[in-house]
Design a protein around this ligand. Structure first.
Ligand SMILES: Cc1ncc(COP(=O)(O)O)c(C=O)c1O
Length: 390
């Protein structure tokens, strides 16, 4: 039998943390190793598999599209692509009028930065400390953290970093040359950090008063993750630019940059394109995903997320400092041994992911049920109690 972990180390650039686990299949809320052992997925591949694995509606739509048309360059019209854009724009609301499709969250943010320059004629940006917007060069310029940036500095354009959830700093940083403020509604990679209610709406007002745009990076928080279609729909905001990705394509790489008509009108032909952006296969994944995210589902995400939050908060351990989050975007903040907890959970056949230096992050698929979360809670309890005794 082939040693796949050896092949992985030898033939793939080792730029990822290696979890030491080979997974070959998925079904529902479980991933399976080659021996058929199920692992309970509480991370949906960093937020992608929002309907788990092999969802019948997604699979049927994608299978049909595979036989119909997989790729079509954006210079041609495609029925599915245009209808999908219309549906996505209408689900986002807030004055957004047009979508630019791409294939990853980083690309969606790159497009947002370019569109902000085209719309404002300015080239300075503000982003948040502890924020994450991707690792391609433009997106990396907006991402904080020396572990990501230091080898590549100086990065592109002119970014000023301010503390998250701090309107005074935003006001001070906004200048006549500021094109946009790029911010996550909830910092995900940074540790599941929620701002005060009203922060985003006030930030939008401040930006508007200075002629700058607000770019909301909903790549992790969007598509129902927090129990709303977009997390920032918890506030009344007239959007300028919103980016989405991860779960958007039903597992097919897909992302989108949504803009108002006024911004869309300022983007000239050929200024920004992508060969794969909005290909019909991805559009089919997006369409099927949008059909599945209805009001009852969003209500379910809020309820089941609140249940998990409560269960996590019931765990008594001196290792646990705080449990925070909303919907199915939750973080367990620990005082030590975060990676040992993740490894312990993996040994118990439960998959979670890290965030910041001290957070165990849970991004379960939306089809998770309370018994799965009970099972997960018991295993988390077992792992943290075994570690705190050592
Ligand atoms: C908020 C946010 N923006 C952007 C990205 C980058 O997305 P991708 O890895 O698809 O390029 C991520 C990925 O985790 C993210 O969480």
């Amino acid at each position: 039998m082939k040693d796949h972990s050896f092949l992985q180390r030898k033939y793939l650039v080792n730029s990822y943390v290696n979890r030491g686990l080979t997974l070959v299949a998925g079904d529902g809320v479980h991933l399976y190793d080659a021996a058929g052992t199920p692992y309970l997925d509480l991370m949906s591949n960093y937020g992608v598999n929002i309907f788990g694995y092999g969802h019948p509606a997604l699979t049927a739509r994608l299978e049909k599209q595979l036989r119909t048309l997989v790729t079509l360059h954006g210079s041609f019209t495609n029925d599915l692509r245009s209808e999908t854009a219309q549906e996505l724009v209408s689900r986002c609301g807030g004055g957004l009028a047009q979508a630019f499709f791409s294939s990853s969250g980083s690309e969606a943010n790159e497009a947002a930065l370019k569109f902000a320059v085209l719309a404002t004629g300015r080239k300075r940006f503000i982003a948040c400390r502890n924020g994450y917007h991707g690792k391609t060069l433009g997106a990396l310029s907006a991402t904080d953290g020396s572990k990501f940036r230091s080898a590549f500095e100086p990065l592109l354009w002119d970014f000023v970093f301010i503390p998250f959830n701090d309107l005074e700093s935003l006001e001070a940083a906004l200048q006549a040359e500021t094109a946009a403020f790029l911010v996550e509604p909830i910092q995900g990679e940074g540790g599941i950090i929620l701002p005060d209610p009203g922060y985003l709406a006030e930030a939008a007002e401040l930006c508007r008063s200075r002629g700058a745009l607000l770019v909301l990076d909903e790549v992790q928080t969007g598509l129902g993750r927090t129990g709303r279609f977009l997390a920032s729909q918890s506030e009344h905001i007239a959007f300028d630019i919103v980016t989405v990705g991860k779960g958007l394509g039903g597992g097919i790489p897909a992302a989108a940059t949504l803009v108002t008509q006024a911004i869309g009108d300022k983007i000239p032909r050929s200024a920004h394109t992508s060969t794969f952006g909005g290909n019909p296969l991805a559009a089919a994944g997006i369409r099927a995903t949008l059909d599945l995210i209805d009001d009852p589902l969003l209500g379910y995400v809020r309820d089941v997320g609140a249940y998990f939050l409560e269960r996590l908060r019931s765990i008594r351990s001196d290792l646990i400092v705080q449990v925070r989050g909303v919907g199915l975007m939750l973080g367990l903040v620990v005082s030590a041994m975060r990676d040992d907890i993740l490894k312990g959970l993996q040994r118990e056949k439960v998959l979670a992911i890290p965030a910041a230096d001290d957070v165990v992050r849970f991004l379960p698929p939306f089809i998770i049920e309370k018994p799965h979360l009970d099972e997960a809670t018991e295993k988390i309890e077992k792992v943290v109690s075994s570690l705190s005794r050592n």
